[in-house]
Each structure stands twice: as C-alpha cells, then as structure tokens.
Design a protein around this ligand. Structure first.
Ligand code: F2R
Ligand code: MG
Ligand code: MG
Length: 347
C-alpha cells in the first residue's frame, strides 16, 4: 500500500469500527484469557455477518466527527457539538462515559452559546481526562494532510467534551499516530521518536504541566509512557500483566492511548501466542482485547492505527460484515480520501 493511499483510509475507519464492535464484548473485564479472544474472533467466521455486532459510543462519536468534517469540509465546532449531542439524544444507550452525558445534556439546551463551556465545567472545573476525545480522533488524520492541522483540530474536537489536557492531549497523540501510520515508511523506533518529540512540545505547554502536576502525574506523562513503550519493544518478551500495570488498560486517556500504540507496534511481527494465520491487523485487535479493561476503546484506537498502516486488504470480510454500519464506513473513507487529496494539492 502506497503512502496515504485509499486502501489506508479505508483501513483506518474500518479498523476503528472493528476494534470497537469486537472489543465491546470484553469491556470492563479484568482478565480476558487469550483462548476466549480467539474463540470470539473465530465465531465471526461462522457468522452470516449482517452487522450483528453493535458499535458503541466510540464509533457513534467517530461517525459524528466524520459526518461533520465531510458536510462542512472543515472543522466546525458548533456543528460538531450539535452532532454529538443529537446523536446522544437519538441513541443514548451506546455505553457513554458517566461524566460526558452531562456535557451532552447541556449542549442540548438551546441557551448554550459557548459549546466548550459544558466541558470546562466537568469534574468541578478540572475537566475530563477520559479517553473519549482520543477514541474519536482518527478522522482528523484522514481529513488533514498537514500535521499542524491534525494536532490542532484533534485537540479542539476533544475539548468539546474533555477540558483536561490529560484528556485532549490523548486525542492529539492518537491522531498523530494515525497520521504517521498513514504515511507508511517508518520503522517502529522512528515512529516512536517522532511521537515523543511531538508530545514533548505539546506537553511543555503551561496548562499541560499544571494539569499533570495537579493529578500527581509528573511532567510530560504521555511522553514518558511512550518511552516505556520503547523500553518494552526493545525486550524479547513482555507479559500482559506488565503492560497493564505499567501502561494501563483503563478509561483515562493516559492509561489507554500509549497502550493502544504499544498494541499496534508489538503486533507488527507475529506473536507465538496468536494463530499463525492472523495478519498484522488481526493480531493487533486480538492482543488489544487480551489486555482486558477498556477493550473497545483500546482496540478501536490500536486498530485505527493498524488499519492506516496495513490498509483495507488486511481487514477480513467476515469480521467486517459482522459490524453495524460497515458499508457507510467504507463510503466515508472514500470521501475523506478525496478531501485529503484536495487539501494536499493546496485546495
Ligand atoms: N463508559 C464506558 N464504559 C463503561 C460501561 C459501559 C457499559 N457497557 C454500559 O453500557 O453501561 N465506555 C465508554 O467510556 C469511555 C470514554 O469515556 P469519556 O467519553 O471520556 O467519558 P467521561 O465521562 O468524560 O470520562 C470517563 C470516566 O473517567 C473518569 N474521569 C474522567 N475525568 C475525571 C476527573 N477529572 N476526575 C475524576 N474522574 C474522572 C470518570 O469516572 C468518568 O466517568 C470509553 O471507554 C467508552 O468506550
Ligand atoms: Mg465504548
Ligand atoms: Mg471503552
């Protein structure tokens, strides 16, 4: 697959959908034995498809992001906020975070004039550090070829619900990872180095430093976790328990975005514990689920990166056809590709 090819765009959005639909089965489970994961994934091959696996809030919000970017041909904060709130009103039982639904309810109030204000009021004014901004960040890498735009709009979109830098910086990191994977070329160490360099700048901002200190995380928490990812990848083997205890598998962006990046990079090569016929994208999803915890969200983020890297050719039809909404996903990937190419030509 060539750099920023249509196959990679389709792979990104379909990978994200798959990760969410397949991961939802295990969300919140403390331990997920690998044979259960393999059995679950194997059952998809015996199925008729027909979108039987429903997507959760991760995809519901990603779909809003895609639809807003396509209909406005750019980032429009009011339109984006309206779509999130309307989607929640139409379909409130997609497994949204307990806090973020307060934001939607305020956004639905016609008197709400500043669409960023409800997010600022969350958690006694501290803002949410959940991974809800990061789980929907992949489309920014598909709409904007320029890395500055990818960072800027992933962050602003996340700030509609997540005012803590520990939340929105996770969205920046996730969008950057998809952006890099979409371009192809890099080896894992280069990939991580670029992410660390970018995140050090992002996390050097005053609000990032003060938010991290307030939560006793120390300075540069995302950059430091990426260094841990690097350390793990340099080893011959790493146990799932260690990945969970050092990187996390939780609902906070800090405890899930670096983990998703690790899942993608760790699965670049075959793993002895996974079926040898699995390709890289299948390995990434299976491994993400085996971590337990916030499986739908870690898998959606890891598989969006993997889909951007490997392209649609690695998405098995019988896995894809089991996911609610897969046809529209493919169609939107093509339209985002056109938008990206238009911008890349200076449009
Ligand atoms: N919510 C879930 N899973 C829970 C169970 C769902 C179940 N299947 C069901 O249907 O009932 N998953 C989804 O939520 C995550 C994304 O959450 P988001 O959008 O970030 O929400 P929120 O509410 O802003 O943050 C999540 C929780 O994190 C804690 N938190 C965040 N900021 C905090 C702060 N400053 N201080 C203290 N706690 C904070 C709170 O517990 C929030 O509720 C994804 O996993 C998605 O799949
Ligand atoms: Mg979810
Ligand atoms: Mg989740």
């Amino acid at each position: 697959v060539g750099p920023a090819s249509l196959s990679r765009f389709r792979g990104t959005l379909t990978g994200a959908l798959l990760g969410d639909c397949l991961g939802a089965e295990f969300e919140g489970a403390e331990e997920v034995p690998l044979d259960r994961v393999i059995q679950h994934l194997g059952s998809l091959e015996e199925n008729r498809g027909d979108g039987i696996l429903q997507y959760s809030d991760d995809t519901a919000m990603t779909r809003c992001v895609v639809q807003s970017l396509l209909s406005r041909s750019d980032f429009d904060d009011m339109d984006m906020a309206r779509r999130f709130a309307e989607e929640y009103r139409r379909s409130p039982h997609r497994g949204y975070g307990a806090g973020v639904i307060r934001v939607f309810k305020k956004l639905l109030n016609p008197k709400c004039s500043d669409v960023f204000q409800p997010a600022r009021e969350q958690f006694n004014g501290k803002g949410s550090f959940g991974n809800g901004g990061a789980m929907r960040a992949a489309p920014f890498a598909l709409a904007y070829p320029d890395i500055h735009d990818v960072k800027k709009y992933a962050r602003r979109c996340a700030q509609l619900t997540h005012a803590s830098s520990l939340g929105y910086n996770g969205a920046v990191l996730q969008a950057l990872a998809v952006h890099l994977a979409l371009q192809g070329v890099m080896c894992w160490s280069e990939f991580l180095e670029v992410l660390i360099q970018e995140m050090e700048v992002v996390e050097g901002e005053q609000k990032s430093l003060s938010d991290a200190r307030e939560l006793n995380e120390g300075d540069y928490p995302f950059s430091n976790r990426l260094r841990k990812v690097k350390e793990f990848l340099q080893r011959n083997s790493v146990a799932i328990e260690e990945v969970v205890s050092e990187l996390g598998n939780g609902i906070a962006a800090l405890h899930s975005v670096p983990t998703a990046i690790f899942c993608f990079l760790h699965c670049l090569e075959p793993l002895p514990e996974l079926p040898p016929h699995y390709n890289g994208l299948q390995r990434t999803i299976a491994y993400s689920l085996a971590l337990g915890g916030d499986t739908d969200t870690i898998a959606t983020m890891a598989a969006a990166i993997a889909g951007a890297h490997y392209g649609i050719e690695q998405v098995p039809d019988d896995w894809k056809n089991c996911c609610e909404g897969f046809e529209e996903t493919e169609h939107w990937a093509e339209r985002l590709y056109d938008l990206y190419q238009f911008r890349a030509r200076g449009g």
